[in-house]
Each structure stands twice: as C-alpha cells, then as structure tokens.
Design a protein around this ligand. Structure first.
Ligand SMILES: [Zn+2]
Length: 296
C-alpha cells in the first residue's frame, strides 16, 4: 500500500500536469472502484480548472474552479501515469513506490485529458482506490477526512502535539502511531522507522512520552523529530527518482535502501555503536521491525 511519502511524491509528480490545467475530457472505463464513481463524475470535472493540488494524509485533493474538490486515494495498488499527447510510450509514473506498480492498460480505469496536453491515467488492478467529488465548503465535514489527526509534515506538528495525543494512552507506541487520530497517514513502514530513529521501543506504553497533564518529555521530542526526518528523507528519495521517468525496475531497491529496520529481520542494527540485531514481532496483526538493544 502506498504510504504517505509515496503519495506526496505522486502529488508533486502530478502537479505540473494538472495544476492550473483544465479537464478537457474525462473517460471512465470502470466506475466500480472501492465505491462506485458518481454518475455525474465526468460532467462535474469537464471544463473545470484545477486551482491547486494538495494532500491530506494519503488523500490527494484537487481544488476545482467550480468550488468542488476531487478527492483521490490510491488504495492498495493504485497509481497514476502521466503521458504527454505529443510524446511517445508509457511515460512517467510519478512517485516512488516500495511495491511494483501495474503497467497493464486493462487496469486503466479513469483517464483525464488535461488542457496542459497531459493524459493522466489512474491504474488500479485491485480497485481499492477511490475518487469522490465534494463541495469545498463540505470538506471539513467529509467523513473520509474528518477523524484524521495532525498532518505529520504540517507546521504545527511537534512534540507537544504528539504528547497531547498520547497522554494517558495505555496502548503501545506502535499502536498509537498507527492510529490515524494520533498522526494522520503514518503507515506500518514509517512507524517502525520513526521509532528506530527515536530509539524508542515499539512496545513502550504510549503514555510514557508525556506527563500526566500531557506535556511532552524528551522522548516525545525525539519521536516528533524522528517522524519528520524519516518522512522528509523518503520524499526526497522519491522526488529525485521523478527526474528519471524511464526507470521502472530498481525502484524497490531505491526505497528499501532507506529503511533502517523495516524488512531487515536478522540484520545488524545501523545505530552507531549498537551491536543489536533487527527483530520482527507481530503487534495488532502487523509486523513490527525494531532493535531490542538500542530501542528502549
Ligand atoms: Zn540497535
């Protein structure tokens, strides 16, 4: 499943093709994504201009000149491909993915022909992805976005905010950080990676990063720092690959290289001076990778 840094690199990749451009034609080849596309989907987009392309957690939000917002989610296997009408071949697929993406045209479900000359195709073999159009004024009440906690790359996100969210929580730090109400959009990979950077055990009780009244301690500071650092580095790695659209293989390796614990069971811990070995355990049904020596 694409994680937040991947979605952000997709957003950056789509921006030149879509931001400021008008939907000239919208083709819906299969409308039965995670939920059916509305019947008037194409009509509500055609002729409208994208006035901004944003992101909230793992949702891409295209603001339209009509006052609507197009909400897009990649689901498990969704990806966008950008072709240029004057160019040749299957062009850039923005975003750097850990898992390999489908190139099969049978899975091209929605196609945007933009006034920029770009043809933006949404490909999704498993069809867990979704698109929805809502009025901008109703966005705050939108159920998909309503319960989401703070944006980890937002300016306001810091140790104090994290500590308030974890105050009194008896669950593990792993479970707390995986909770979208505590931090929005942080998936399994980056929860593991952030905890390793912060040298905090995924099994530690979440409440222990805050005082009883919810003020942050030094652990909260390390954790907030770790979350931001790991996401920013991943986005940077994804961003750099956008310049080389021809590269399709090797993407997996490029992302994996940046992982310090994720998927590295049995390997030596990379924390300087640590002699530990990365261990895998299962927490709330998901694999957790961590170093039991330096993560306390
Ligand atoms: Zn270690």
């Amino acid at each position: 499943m694409p994680e937040l840094p991947e979605v952000e690199t997709v957003r950056r990749g789509l921006e030149p093709a879509m931001d400021g451009a008008r939907f000239v034609k919208v083709e819906v080849r299969r409308g039965d994504l995670r939920w059916p596309l509305p019947k008037d989907f194409a009509r509500r987009l055609e002729g409208k201009t994208v006035t901004g392309l944003g992101r909230r957690a793992k949702y891409l939000l295209a603001d339209l000149s009509s006052g609507d917002v197009l909400i897009m989610h990649l689901g498990m296997s969704g990806s966008f491909h950008v072709f240029h009408e004057k160019g040749a071949g299957r062009g850039g697929a923005p975003g750097n993915y850990y898992h390999e993406r489908s190139q099969h045209v049978a899975h091209d479900h929605v196609i945007f022909h933009m006034s920029s000359g770009a043809v933006v195709t949404f490909n999704d073999p498993r069809r867990f992805g979704s698109m929805k159009i809502v009025a901008r004024k109703d966005l705050e009440a939108e159920p998909l976005l309503k319960g989401l906690g703070p944006e980890p790359l937002g300016n306001e996100f810091d140790a104090a905010m994290l500590a308030r969210a974890c105050k009194g929580k008896k669950t593990s730090l792993k479970a707390a950080l995986s909770d979208q109400k505590v931090v929005a959009g942080l998936g399994n990979i980056y929860v593991c990676e952030a905890l390793h950077r912060a040298l905090l055990s995924p099994k530690r009780m979440a409440a222990t990063i805050a005082s009883k009244t919810g003020t942050p301690n030094e652990r909260a500071a390390r954790l907030a720092e770790g979350i931001k650092a790991v996401l920013n580095e991943a986005i940077k790695a994804g961003g750099s690959s956008l310049r080389d659209h021809k590269r399709t293989d090797g993407e997996l390796g490029a992302f994996q290289h940046h992982f310090r614990v994720y998927d590295r069971e049995g390997e030596k811990c990379v924390t300087p001076g640590c002699r530990g070995t990365v261990k895998r355990i299962v927490q709330t049904g998901r694999s957790t990778f961590y170093c039991p020596v330096c993560q306390k």
